[in-house]
Design a protein around this ligand. Structure first.
Ligand code: GDP
Length: 312
């Protein structure tokens, strides 16, 4: 089966690992880059790196970001030099940002650089940023507009969110193989990622939304919301700020025009009838991934939902 996944960071990393473990040989992962930022003059792509490290078996599982066996000597030294250190970069991780930044400054597109870094780390899965053009999530708070990392890391998502915008999305072109990967897939899997700041920017690129609506692939999402709250992170707050219910129904609404099926947790089975009424096939099961076994089990459940075909 040819599978294309849409991905953010931590939640997506677990499901993507599960898809590989459950035997999907032809997998392409399209990753959000609207959280990308510049730190110490280096181009950092947090979601791309989380997925790359996860697939390379080098993701720090406790933190959920950055590399295993990491040290922070450079960070300590930057602090001593009175440089900003609210965005922590590990020493091993820095190597990725150095390689990426040099290639980008030499004029190479992010998609090429991403594929090259993944290959060098031994990743065999197709990995692509959503776009080679810069798209940036901006968060409006009572104190003004923040970048996503200022909101999420520096302010620890503790500020009120008034508005979310995807700067550059309307004019961004999908990266070279993104539309083909969606159009030629048997299944498109929308990972359990933040619907507003991880999947939102990907589908805010108009040709990508068009490809999702037009593909013959079944489009299946996994809810990042269980029992009225996000498993982790600020998805609930951001969904509420966008006027979406913080539930599987809100996730379905965010993906409404092109979603066929939604995998939701057993605790939320009461929402199944309403989902069905909204035209989205509910698939109820355990959707919390706590180890490799539950990642693969959820991946199998997602793939099982594909056989049934498109709802529309
Ligand atoms: P980020 O860029 O690191 O925030 O990455 P994502 O957007 O991929 O991931 C965060 C989202 O994944 C949050 O909304 C979580 O609620 C969700 N999430 C994390 N772990 C799990 C899990 O085991 N199961 C499900 N269903 N969702 C999860």
């Amino acid at each position: 089966m040819r599978v294309t996944a849409l991905a953010g960071g931590t939640g997506a990393a677990k499901l993507v690992r599960g898809l590989v473990a459950s035997g999907v040989a032809d997998l392409t992962v399209i990753v959000n880059t609207a959280d990308d930022t510049e730190v110490w003059g280096l181009h950092v792509s947090p979601d791309l790196d989380t997925i790359t490290y996860a697939l390379a078996g080098r993701l720090d599982l406790e933190r959920g970001w950055g590399r295993t066996d990491e040290t922070f000597r450079c960070l300590e030294t930057m602090a001593a030099l009175e440089e900003p250190t609210w965005f922590a970069l590990g020493d091993r991780d820095l190597a990725t940002h150095l390689v990426r930044t040099r290639a980008l400054r030499a004029g190479r597109p992010l998609s090429q650089v991403t594929a090259e870094i993944a290959r060098r780390l031994g990743v065999r899965v197709g990995l692509s940023p959503m776009s080679d053009d810069p798209v940036r999530t901006r968060i409006r708070t009572p104190a003004g507009w923040l970048s996503f990392q200022e909101y999420f890391v520096r302010e620890k998502a503790r500020v009120e969110v008034l508005e979310v915008a995807y700067e550059g999305a309307a004019d961004a072109r999908p990266a070279p193989n993104v539309l083909t990967a969606i159009g030629d897939a048997d299944a498109v899997v929308v990972c359990p990622s933040n619907p507003v700041t991880s999947i939102g920017p990907i589908v805010a690129i108009p040709p990508i939304a068009g490809a999702l609506a037009a593909t013959r692939a079944t489009v299946v999402a996994v809810s990042p919301i269980i029992g009225g709250a996000a498993v982790s992170g600020p998805a609930g707050q951001l969904m509420a700020a966008r006027g979406l219910p913080v539930s599987a129904l809100g996730v379905a609404r965010a993906y409404a025009p092109w979603l066929d099926a939604l995998v939701l947790d057993g605790r939320d089975r009461g929402l199944a009838a309403e989902l069905e009424a909204a035209g989205v096939r509910p698939v109820v099961g355990d959707i919390l991934m706590t180890d490799r076994g539950s990642e693969a089990a959820l991946a199998r459940r997602v793939l099982g939902a594909v056989g049934v075909g498109r709802a529309r």
